[in-house]
Design a protein around this ligand. Sequence first.
Ligand SMILES: *[C@@H]1O[C@H](CO)[C@@H](O)[C@H](O)[C@H]1NC(C)=O
Ligand SMILES: *[C@@H]1O[C@H](CO)[C@@H](O)[C@H](O)[C@H]1NC(C)=O
Ligand SMILES: *[C@@H]1O[C@H](CO)[C@@H](O)[C@H](O)[C@H]1NC(C)=O
Ligand SMILES: *[C@@H]1O[C@H](CO)[C@@H](O)[C@H](O)[C@H]1NC(C)=O
Ligand SMILES: *[C@@H]1O[C@H](CO)[C@@H](O)[C@H](O)[C@H]1NC(C)=O
Ligand SMILES: *[C@@H]1O[C@H](CO)[C@@H](O)[C@H](O)[C@H]1NC(C)=O
Length: 817
Amino acid sequence: MGQPTNLYFTLLPLLLCWGQGSNREAERSSCNRCDLRLSCNCSRGGFTRVPMVTGRALTLDLSFNNITVVTGDDLTGHVPLRALSLHGNRLAAIDPSAFDSLWSLEELDLSDNQLTAINHGWFSRLGALQQLNLLNNPYSSIGSAPVFQGLVRLRRLAFGGPALKELKRAALSGVTQLEELTVKANNLTRYEAGALAYVWPLGRVSLSLHGPFLTNTALASAVLGDVSYPETQITLEDLHLKRNESVQPFRETAKRRIRYIGFRNLSISDEAVIDLLVALDGVPLTSIFVDGVTLTGEGRWEPASWTDHKSIDEFFIRNVVVLDVFKFVSFLQLGFLLRYPRKVSVIKAEVFLMPCATSSLLMSLQYLDLSDNKLTDLTLTESLCDGKGMMKDLRVLNVSGNALKSLSTVSRLVAKLSKLTHLDISRNAYSSMPRGCSWPSTLRYLNISRAKLITITPCLPTTLEVLDLSDNNLKGFSVALPALRELHLSGNKLLRLPQGDLFPNLQTLNIQSNTLNWFGRSDIQSYRRLQNLQVGQNKFVCSCDFVTFLQSGIKGVGGVQLTDGEESYVCDSPLYLQGEPVGQVHLSVVVCHQVLFVSVSCGVALFVGIVLCVLLWRLHALWYLRMTWAWLRAKHSSRRRQRLRDASEALLSFDAFVSYSERDAGWVETFLVPELEEPGETDEDSANPRAPRSLTLCLHKRDFLPGKWIVDNIMSAMERSRRTVFVLSENFVQSDWCRYELDFSHFWLFDGEAGGEPAILILLEPLSKDDIPKRFCKLRKLMSSTTYLEWPREEERRGEFWRSLRNALRGEEEEDE
Ligand SMILES: *[C@@H]1O[C@H](CO)[C@@H](O)[C@H](O)[C@H]1NC(C)=O
Ligand SMILES: *[C@@H]1O[C@H](CO)[C@@H](O)[C@H](O)[C@H]1NC(C)=O
Ligand SMILES: *[C@@H]1O[C@H](CO)[C@@H](O)[C@H](O)[C@H]1NC(C)=O
Ligand SMILES: *[C@@H]1O[C@H](CO)[C@@H](O)[C@H](O)[C@H]1NC(C)=O
Ligand SMILES: *[C@@H]1O[C@H](CO)[C@@H](O)[C@H](O)[C@H]1NC(C)=O
Ligand SMILES: *[C@@H]1O[C@H](CO)[C@@H](O)[C@H](O)[C@H]1NC(C)=O
């Protein structure tokens, strides 16, 4: 029963989806750009409607499309969705129930669209929503119905834009506590007092109140007053403070004893600075943060030097534009303000000098960041009072991104700062390192990255725990730093990992983007404490050792881990592996065990060779070869002779060619030759009416032409003889030449024009076909096809033998008669 039910439930959503897609949503395109964590990035996809996306998606980014409307059905079924962004579309209409099924939604971004009104229906079901962004839409007010009423979990809220004109008291009702509130209200003209007053606690507030500060300071004061709490960080954006009146709202905040105030994109005159300092006189401010400020005056702020800002602990100013640089009187004037903070950052402020007089005032300074300014060795010497050890409490000095060139100068200047632990001199123009330097004995952190150093020397302080030398031109590293824990060497030209014994305490080593070809177990083993290693983006030669080491070995070396991700390890050579991640390379055995492979294949080849030789020897291959060679030559010369014969008259000069083994020569000479060539003497049978005619025999011993090739001799002998007589015996079988003769006769038999039975076999001793080795197949064939004569042991039967032989030799003639 269970199975069909399950099936039904799995099919049901499929059917529903299919139904939807086919009926109304025909023109809705779909977006499949979802990753494994079900985060779907459909940004900049050119969609004009909400595309179809898997219902399991957790994050859906639809930013920067051309979506104009979200209908009631577009997002149905997206119950698991946690984050939805519709930022940067042309949304003008959203169905009141469009987000109803998004029960799990935690983040919703509707910023930069064309929404002219906010509908309270949109958020009525979003009980889980924590983050809502409604910025930069053309609505002029939040609306009278309490739109955020149901958002009990809301922690970050951003609303407003250039069109926002009024904020009613009920606008934020229901919103109680927020970590972050952003209100863009540069054109706000109406504010019902208390509209923002009920949000508490409030972590951070960011207010853009450009217009009200210029034209309606009462309104600005009311807004500012409603969000000012001692524990709230207030940041004001886009302000243009010109005259005394525009500073008025700060008097309100001063009363609320705020501790943190920040400005972004601020434009301020000298007069306004003075008034601001006066307004904040005695306020227990601990932090002033200014990012992006245009100073329209000349920096003459002395009129406010009587004010009390003792509580300021941190002063941060970044991205300073001074409109009239040549008239500006520098930071000398800020002494009264900078005297108390422990932490001062003046970043990207075109500072080229901080006078020693100012520095001398910074008694309690512990942290000084002057990065991205225009300091030189000379002006730094002045700023640090020629190394006399002013700013005795300084722990961190950051002069990164200036125009410093001499390491010995900076080391001399800081040598007396007896508490200095961090020195950041990165992004300067240091190109060489002196042989020796003096440093404070407390120095733990040194950053000389992005300079132009070529070599390093024992100038480096041995007390260092963190050293950053990345993006230089170093080719080697050979200075011992016993306390070092972290070493950054990426972007240099090192060919090998530095010797591990130089850094007995090193835990982190970054040597990415160098010119390393490989590294191995022994390199890593020399580091005793290493834990994090980053060696990616080098020009790796994917040798077998290296690939094996990286794929399996590295985990086995102490506690070392490659923390920069497998994908940064890519083969540079050999060419056929270029661009391949080392982790995915598979090298064959042939490449990896060359010596073994060569020796094994040589062994195998040798073995096969030996076996083949034995086999060939057993099969008499050599003999076959010689035979074939002789046969070919014979055939060739036979053809030549044939032509000769055709020209001149062929002539048979012998009755028979006798083929015999040298060992049977005795028999041939004592019996055969006398009997056949001189018949009268030996033939006892004189009663025979027909006296036997003498026959002419061709014997190789007697009739072969000396100096001629033996095969030629044999051939011509056979051609000039009517018959060939083979004297068969054990000896014959063992003598090569006899076998040749046999073969040539055979060849002659079938190739030549001689008819009849040209071959006659005489068996000297009883020899059965089976006694003849198999490879003499011709002889065996001959024995079975041709009748043979056996040489009788008994004297009395020899007459019969000779007669038969003669008959056989004369066969043709007898027929003629
Ligand atoms: C949106 O549509 C406008 C014209 O209607 C076109 O110019 C623009 O490129 C489109 N934007 C995107 C992201 O497709
Ligand atoms: C809002 O203020 C800006 C200046 O910040 C101004 O250019 C713009 O016209 C104003 N917009 C409206 C709708 O009033
Ligand atoms: C900075 O503020 C001015 C108004 O003072 C405004 O016109 C400008 O757009 C703002 N700049 C940025 C980058 O927000
Ligand atoms: C600025 O205005 C306040 C009160 O409106 C006044 O007390 C103060 O003297 C003025 N400051 C200057 C520099 O005019
Ligand atoms: C020094 O300033 C640079 C740039 O502002 C920053 O990246 C770096 O982290 C700072 N160094 C220290 C030690 O704070
Ligand atoms: C060293 O300085 C560079 C550039 O300012 C910075 O990016 C880097 O993070 C610093 N290194 C360390 C280890 O803090």
